[in-house]
Design a protein around this ligand. Structure first.
Ligand code: LP5
Ligand code: MN
Length: 244
């Protein structure tokens, strides 16, 4: 049984090469897999399931075709596309996961998440995350005209970009204590997430001396990054986008 994991593709109309690489990935690697977990930020940003842009429709069709063939699809929200809703998920045949999803993988108790929750030293971001999760604010946003929503999303992206230039690399990585707390709270031994764009398999010592593993997926800017789990074999793999 093969299970695949991806995150941080940041698909947009301005990067058709990424969309092509994704469709190619679905039609090759995922075709023989039992399940695909998308751990957030599939899109550059998401302003509502009602947008129905050509990109949105293309991705919906590709994912639906896979789920119709029997591949199980799961989605965990990212910080760019936390507005993805039930309608889009249903149209793709995808199951939406809770912010931290507990499951059994490769014989281990595993946590699946986007990863932004672990960047707790980035207080400005955590404030932004809290505010944008308010249901009434999301309700108002979703009732604005699409053109207005696109402008707001672009303004937030610009604000975020400027903000990031003033932040250190370590602030934008996960906070080690939050990682340990998360493992201990859920009594897990394996964690898989994206967001930081720093693909690696980390050994994490817990406070009781036990060692667990944290796997960070890579983003798809120059390379396709994916994690493949076959029974107990775990491989973090990549290849250049232009070889797709
Ligand atoms: O995404 P990335 O990796 O570049 O940076 C993230 C954090 N930034 C964000 C913001 C997203 O990039 C953009 C989200 C668009 C959502 C569209 C829908 C909007 C719906 C609104 C519903 C109510 O997540 C960045 C982290 C970084 O990861 C590393 O972890 O540091 O965090 C920030 O930069 C947040 C800033 O510190 C504070 C936010 C600035 C927002 C300015 C808004 C101004 C315009 C408002 C117009 C109404
Ligand atoms: Mn992210």
């Amino acid at each position: 049984m093969t299970t695949l994991f991806i995150a941080d593709l940041h698909l947009s109309e301005s990067r058709p090469d990424l969309t092509q690489a994704f469709i190619q990935f679905l039609n090759s690697h995922v075709l023989t897999a039992e399940a695909l977990y998308i751990l957030g930020d599939l899109f550059e940003f998401w302003i509502g399931d009602d947008e129905q842009s050509p990109l949105q429709q293309q991705i919906t069709q590709a994912l639906k075709a896979l789920s119709d063939r029997g591949c199980r699809l799961y989605y965990s929200h990212g910080n760019r596309d936390f507005m993805i809703g039930k309608r889009f998920a249903r149209e793709c045949g995808m199951t939406l996961l809770p912010p931290i999803y507990n499951c059994e993988l490769a014989g281990e108790k595993t946590l699946l998440l986007h990863g932004d929750q672990l960047c707790t030293d980035d207080e400005a971001y955590q404030r932004f995350r809290r505010i944008t999760s308010w249901p009434w604010l999301q309700w108002i946003f979703l009732h604005l005209p699409l053109s207005r929503r696109v402008k707001i999303a672009q303004q937030i992206r610009q604000g975020s970009h400027k903000g990031k230039q003033q932040k250190s690399r370590s602030i934008m990585d996960v906070t080690p204590k939050s990682v340990v707390d998360c493992f201990e709270q859920h009594q897990a031994t394996l964690m898989i997430h994206g967001h930081t764009h720093r693909p690696q398999i980390h050994d994490v010592p817990l406070t009781n001396g036990q060692h667990v593993r944290r796997i960070v997926l890579g983003d798809w800017n120059t390379h396709v990054w994916y994690l493949k789990i076959d029974d107990r074999d775990i491989n973090l793999l990549s290849y250049p986008i232009n070889e797709s």
